[in-house]
Structures are given as C-alpha cells and as structure tokens.
Design a protein around this ligand. Structure first.
Ligand SMILES: [Zn+2]
Length: 185
C-alpha cells in the first residue's frame, strides 16, 4: 500500500473516520464490531481486504493510538505521535506516478506489514500532511454536546464543526430547535 503525501485530505479523512468508529463516540457501540464491519469500513475507503479477527484487534489498537494523537492538539506531540504510527508499517519513501502520471512523493508500507500497520502508514501520512499544511488548530472536538468525536478539518475555509457533519450537525440542530421551542412555549 502506498500513501501520496499530497493526498493528505483523503488520508486525514480516513484517520478521522477510523477514530470515530470507536464505542466511546457511539455511546458504547463499536462500529467495528466484527471483521465484516471492518471490511465494509475499508471498502468505503477504497481498500480491498479480508481482515481476520487478529487484524480487527490490531486495527482497534491503532484506533486508540490514533485518537491519542488527534487529542494531543500540540503540533510537536501530534507530529511525533503520527510519525511513530507511520513508522510501524513504513517500508520506503520515494516517488511514484499519481493517476495523472505525475511523479509524487509517497510512502510505501513494508511488504510484510499487516493490515493495521498498512493503515498506520496511511493515517500517519494523512495526519502529518494536515498538520504541515493546515496546522494544529485544525484538530478539533465535535461541536455537538452529545458527541465525543474528533476530526481534522481539511476544508478550505476551515469552519467545519462536526465529526460526522450529517449526523452530529443534525443532532445539534434538533437539540437547539427543541430548546428554542421549550423557551417560547
Ligand atoms: Zn460528532
């Protein structure tokens, strides 16, 4: 597996979505409850794999480590944490052609790396790219009162507020609407 450094928006999105599958974000319900759920998550991110139970355990451990990195909020701590994660599966760094045939910097995972180590390279490169390009203030808590998710805001204006915009944004809107109704009735 390879990770283009310039592809950090997609890879930071993968990192964000991976940490937000955790049971702590879903009131105790793990979104990666079995290998099939992990297969589905990977397919959504263009990764074709058939994970075993031990892969699932390792990916959950990676998820915990990644959450610590996203929670750090300090540029140096994020950088060293993400570098450590990427190093777990890192094979070589070099140039490779992108979809348009242009040579781009990329990190390749070791051929013998397991699934979690491959993902660690992808997520690590995504976090490092977002940190370098956008800065640590783009690592944030979800604005919903009822959500403990986090996210990396890679949008151009940098005004993203929710970890899962469709879900948490609506939940917050519903709560605000109810509060307004209570206040006026
Ligand atoms: Zn959220």
């Amino acid at each position: 597996m390879q990770a283009f450094f310039d592809d950090y928006v997609r890879l930071a999105g993968l990192a964000t979505e991976l940490v937000n599958t955790a049971p702590g974000v879903w009131h105790g319900e793990d979104q990666l409850s079995d290998p099939a759920a992990l297969t589905g998550f990977l397919a959504e991110h263009g990764i074709d794999a058939e994970p075993a139970t031990r892969d699932l355990d390792a990916v959950r451990d990676l998820r915990t480590g990644l959450r610590e990195v996203l929670d750090a909020r300090d540029a140096e701590v994020i950088a060293s944490g993400a570098s450590e994660l990427a190093a777990r599966g890192l094979g070589t760094v070099g140039l490779a052609p992108d979809a348009q045939g242009r040579q781009q910097w990329c990190a390749r995972s070791r051929p013998d790396a397991d699934l979690a180590d491959h993902l660690a390279v992808l997520a690590g490169v995504g976090v490092l790219g977002a940190l370098r390009t956008l800065g640590p203030e783009r690592f944030r808590d979800c604005a919903s009162d009822t959500c403990s998710g986090v996210f990396i805001d890679t949008t151009r204006p940098g005004r993203r507020r929710y970890c899962m915009p469709d879900l948490c944004g609506n939940r917050a809107n519903v709560a605000a609407y109810r509060a307004r109704r209570r206040a006026t009735s």
